[in-house]
Ligand binder design. Structure first.
Ligand code: NFS
Length: 674
C-alpha cells in the first residue's frame, strides 16, 4: 500500500528533463523533489488549466454568473446562439476578458512608472537625499517632450537652465501624466507622425494613464460596452498609455536617476551564487530599492561586516526584471528567470531574498520555510500572508537606511545555513545593457552617430530584419525552450534580435548575449555585421518596462530613413514565446497598435470567440498595420516572423540586396519625424 502511495505521489512530480532545457534548473528541480519540496514545475503537472478559461469565454463580471460559453465540439454550425444570462455573446465576453488583462498589465507597468516619477519628484525637490540626477544628458533630452525648456534667456543671452529647476519641472509634468484633466499623453509625439495620425483617426490617443485603465474597468462592468471592437478600442488606448506612457516615462526617469545603461559584461544563472559569500537575491520589478541594495552591498563597511561574520564577501543576484534593472546599470548578475525563483532558495545558499512587486510566487514563503532563507517583502502593495515572511517597508525618504538594514539581516543570517548547500555550477558570460543610445553608438558609426549603419545593413540584406523577443516563462511550456529555439532560428536567418524581460535573461543563460555567439549561431550576413562592430546578435535592452526602448529604437530606424515612414513599414516583428502575465498582453497590444506583427507562443485565450480572434489576428492589421498571432511551435513561430519580415522587404523593394539611396533633408522632413 505504502509503495502504491509513493508511486501515486511520484506520478505527480514533474520530470526535470521535460520541465526545462536548462541543466541547473533540472538539477534544482531534482533536488527539490528529493527534499520533498514542491515547486511550480510539480504544480504544473498536478493542476491542469481550466478548459473554458483557456478559451477565454468565462464571464464572472456579475453574480448571475459565472457564465461559461464553451465552443461546441464541432464548432459553430450556422448562427452562434451562445449567450450569458444578460445576453452577452462569446465575442463580448472574450473581448472584456482580454481588455481586463490589458488593464491589469498596463496598471502594473504604469504604477511602477508612477512610483519612479514620484520618487523623482522628491529627488528634484531635494526632499530625499538618496536619489539624485545621475544622467543629466538624459534629463535634457527628455525635457522638451514634456514642454520643459532647457535654456533661459537673460539680457538677450541664451543660457543653460539650472538642472534642478529642469528636473522639478519635468517631474511635475511627468507625475501629471497619470491624471491630467485634459489633452493627451506628452510622449505620444515621440512616435512617427503617420502612426500618431492613425491613432488620432482611430480615436485611441490616451488622455492620461489612470483614466484609460479605469475606463476599461467601467466598460467591462456588467451591462456597459457590448461591442468587441469598441472594447478593443479602449484596450488599445490603455495599452498605448502603457507603452508610450507609463512604461516609457518609468524607463526614462530611471535612466535619469540611476544612469542610462551602456553595454557591460556580467554573468548569468544560478551558478552566480557563491557558497562562501553572503548571497542576496533581489526579485521583482521596481529598481527604487534594489538600486540602494546594490550600493549597500558594495559598501566597504558592509563587506567588512560580512567578513567579520565569516563570509568572503557579498554576492548579489537578481531574478525577473529587478535583475535586468541592476544588471544593465551595475553588472549585477541575474541568478535566473521567473521560473527559477523557487530554485534559488533550494540551493540552500540564499541568505535573503528581497521582493518588491510583480511575478513573485506566493509559494516562495513555503520554500523559504524549508531553509534558513529570510524572505523580505518591501512594498506596501505586496505583502504575503505566511508568518515566516518579514516585511520591511521601503520608503524613499530613508531608502538607504532600509537597504543597509536588509543587507545586514542577510549577513547575520549567513551563519544559519543548513549543512547542505548545493549551488549548480552552471553560469555564463553575457553582454547586457543596450539601449536606444548604445545601438546608435555601436551601429551608427563614428561620424554619423545614428541608425544609418543599421538601416544600410538591413537595406543591403546582411541583416534581414529586426525581431523583438520578450516576455516571461510559463510553466505550461518547457522552461526556456521556446525562447532559445526561436531566437536561434531568427539569428540563423540573419534577423537581429532585441530582447527584454525574462527572455533576455534566458538568452543570457544560454550564451546568446556574447559577440562570439554570432559566429556560432548566425547566418553569414548578421554574423559579418556583429563581428565587424563587435556586438552580440541578440541585444539585451533591459526589463519589461524597457520594451519602450524597443518602440523608440524602431522609431529611430524609421527616422534614419530608407525603410518606409512608419513602424509598420519596417521589416520587423515581435514575439513573446513563453508569455504568461497580463503585462505581456498589454505589451502585445501596444506593439500591435504601433504597427508590429506580434506572435505569442503557448496559447491565447481566444478560441471560444472565433470572430473576436479574427479581429485581433486579421482585421487589426488594416487599422494599425500590426496584428496578433499565436504559434506554440518555436520553429514555425520564427518562420511566421521571417515571412512577415520578407513581406515587408518586398513591399519596400529591398527583397533583392542593393545599396541604399541616402535621404536628403527634404526627404527626412517629409517623413514627419523629428
Ligand atoms: Ni515581464 Fe518582468 Fe519575467 Fe514576464 Fe514577469 S519578470 S515584467 S512579466 S515573468 S518577463
Amino acid at each position: 500500500m505504502a509503495e502504491v502511495k509513493a508511486k501515486a505521489k511520484a506520478a505527480k512530480l514533474a520530470d526535470p528533463m521535460e520541465a526545462s532545457i536548462e541543466p541547473s534548473t533540472q538539477e534544482m528541480i531534482r533536488r527539490a523533489q528529493q527534499l520533498n519540496i514542491e515547486t511550480v514545475f510539480d504544480r504544473a503537472v498536478t493542476m491542469k488549466p481550466c478548459a473554458i478559461g483557456l478559451q477565454g469565454i468565462c464571464c464572472k463580471n456579475c453574480a448571475m454568473g459565472p457564465c461559461r460559453l464553451p465552443l461546441p465540439k464541432d464548432g459553430i454550425q450556422g448562427e452562434d446562439t451562445r449567450k450569458g444570462l444578460c445576453g452577452a455573446t462569446a465575442n463580448t465576453i472574450c473581448a472584456r476578458n482580454f481588455a481586463r488583462m490589458i488593464a491589469a498589465g498596463a496598471a502594473a507597468h504604469s504604477d511602477h512608472g508612477r512610483n519612479v516619477a514620484l520618487t523623482f519628484l522628491e529627488a528634484a525637490k531635494g526632499t530625499t537625499k538618496d536619489y539624485k540626477i545621475k544622467d543629466p544628458a538624459k534629463l535634457i533630452q527628455i525635457a522638451p517632450y514634456f514642454g520643459v525648456a532647457t535654456t533661459v534667456e537673460e539680457d538677450g543671452v541664451v543660457k543653460d537652465r539650472d538642472l534642478q529647476e529642469i528636473a522639478l519641472a519635468v517631474a511635475k509634468k511627468a507625475v501629471n501624466e497619470w491624471g491630467k484633466p485634459s489633452g493627451t499623453l506628452d510622449y505620444l509625439k515621440r512616435a512617427p507622425q503617420p502612426l500618431q495620425d492613425k491613432w488620432i483617426e482611430e480615436g485611441v490617443m490616451p488622455r492620461n494613464v489612470d483614466r484609460e485603465i479605469v475606463e476599461i474597468m467601467h466598460r467591462t462592468h456588467m451591462g456597459v460596452d457590448q461591442d468587441y471592437k469598441n472594447l478593443m478600442k479602449q484596450g488599445t488606448r490603455a495599452s498605448l498609455a502603457d507603452g508610450w506612457g507609463g512604461s516609457m516615462i518609468g524607463t526614462d526617469l530611471q535612466d535619469v536617476m540611476f544612469g542610462t545603461p551602456s553595454p557591460l559584461q556580467a554573468e548569468a544563472n544560478l551558478g552566480v551564487m557563491k557558497e562562501d559569500h553572503v548571497n542576496i537575491i533581489v526579485h521583482g520589478h521596481e529598481p527604487l530599492l534594489s538600486e540602494m541594495i546594490v550600493a549597500a552591498a558594495q559598501s566597504q563597511e558592509l563587506i567588512s561586516y560580512a567578513k567579520e561574520k565569516g563570509a568572503k564577501g557579498i554576492q548579489l543576484g537578481g531574478i525577473c526584471c529587478t535583475a535586468n534593472e541592476i544588471l544593465q546599470r551595475h553588472g549585477v548578475p541575474p541568478a535566473g528567470t521567473f521560473l527559477q525563483q523557487e530554485l534559488a532558495i533550494i540551493t540552500g545558499a540564499c541568505d535573503a531574498m528581497i521582493v518588491d512587486v510583480q511575478c513573485i510566487f506566493q509559494n516562495l514563503a513555503n520554500v523559504a520555510k524549508c531553509f534558513h532563507t529570510k524572505l523580505i517583502t518591501t512594498h506596501p502593495i505586496a505583502k504575503m500572508e505566511q508568518d515566516n515572511v518579514i516585511h520591511i517597508e521601503f520608503d524613499e525618504h530613508h531608502a538607504m537606511e532600509d537597504a543597509v538594514r536588509i543587507v545586514k539581516m542577510a549577513i547575520d543570517n549567513y551563519a544559519n545555513r543548513g549543512a547542505e548547500v548545493i549551488i549548480p555550477r552552471h553560469k555564463t558570460t553575457q553582454i547586457a545593457g543596450f539601449g536606444v543610445e548604445s545601438i546608435k553608438y555601436h551601429l551608427g558609426g563614428a561620424f554619423r552617430g545614428d541608425y544609418y549603419t543599421l538601416n544600410d545593413n538591413i537595406i543591403n540584406g546582411r541583416i534581414r530584419g529586426i525581431a523583438g523577443v520578450v516576455g516571461c516563462n510559463n510553466a505550461r511550456t518547457k522552461h526556456n525552450e521556446e525562447h532559445i529555439t526561436l531566437i536561434k532560428e531568427l539569428i540563423k536567418n540573419d534577423v537581429i534580435v532585441l530582447t527584454t524581460g525574462c527572455s533576455a535573461i534566458a538568452a543570457g543563460i544560454h550564451g546568446l548575449l556574447t559577440p562570439e555567439s554570432a559566429a556560432v549561431h548566425c547566418g553569414p550576413g548578421l554574423a559579418e555585421v556583429c563581428e565587424t562592430v563587435g556586438i552580440p546578435p541578440v541585444l539585451h535592452l533591459g526589463s519589461c518596462v524597457d520594451n519602450s526602448r524597443i518602440l523608440l529604437a524602431a522609431t529611430e530606424v524609421v527616422k534614419a530613413g530608407g525603410l518606409g515612414n512608419d513602424i509598420c513599414d519596417l521589416p520587423a516583428a515581435g514575439s513573446a514565446p513563453e508569455w504568461m502575465s497580463e503585462k505581456a498582453i498589454s505589451i502585445g497590444q501596444y506593439f500591435v497598435a504601433s504597427g508590429v506583427y506580434t506572435v505569442f507562443g503557448y496559447h491565447m485565450p481566444l478560441d471560444g470567440a472565433p470572430e473576436f480572434k479574427n479581429y485581433l489576428y486579421k482585421e487589426m492589421e488594416k487599422i494599425f498595420g500590426g496584428k496578433w498571432d499565436c504559434e506554440p511551435d518555436p520553429i514555425k513561430h520564427a518562420h511566421k516572423m521571417i515571412a512577415h519580415i520578407d513581406k515587408k522587404r518586398a513591399e519596400l523593394g529591398i527583397d533583392k540586396a542593393r545599396e541604399r539611396v541616402l535621404m536628403d533633408m527634404a526627404d527626412r522632413q517629409a517623413l514627419g519625424v523629428e
